[in-house]
Design a protein around this ligand. Sequence first.
Ligand code: ZN
Ligand code: ZN
Length: 220
Amino acid sequence: MPRSNLPPSVMKMREDYRSKGFSPFYSGKWHLFLSLFFALGLVIFGFTQIKIESWWQCLFIPITFIIANIVEYVAHRFLLHQSKFKLAYREHTLLHHFFFTHEALEIESTQDFHRVLFSPYAVFFFIFIIGLPVFLLLGFIFGQVVGWVSFIVGVSYYAFYEVVHTCCHLPDKHWVFAFPALRFLKKFHSFHHDLELMKSYNFNVLFPLSDVLFGTYYRK
Ligand SMILES: [Zn+2]
Ligand SMILES: [Zn+2]
């Protein structure tokens, strides 16, 4: 979208944020690269620890995907959009949603990744505070191999979330939208960025499974 077409409130919010929201040394490209490099390192480490012994252990690939999808949904709906969780609410609802509304969903440069990608402490929280107990619990109940399978799937889920969410905030003309799935997910995510709808619909980003399950799937 040309800059002149941005709603004045969004333009002002973006200018204010860019002038004092982050360090002048910040690089959006490095933020994306290091986020994915970190996730890839964890996934490779997971693969070095694993040796599938039985077919049923592979069932935990889709099972962990579904658990991750529900965790994504619950965290987004009941943490990031609840004002009682001040830091998460500020970072997501007040900043991400007012920097990008449904009428102004796209970044203007890769520096705007600052308002799209998770910060390091949020990554730490999601992988180690929420994810790790789930990986350990599954490993404790079903054995070490299942624990590592869930670890690999969980961390991969986070990495794909970051990639897909970033794509949702790219301009329509970007080559990634040669993939119909990404065109669909951008449209789906754009409804969540409508300030009237954001607290009620489309909390999944990567795959709208939980939104369908819990009746919050919105599509015009
Ligand atoms: Zn978004
Ligand atoms: Zn949201």
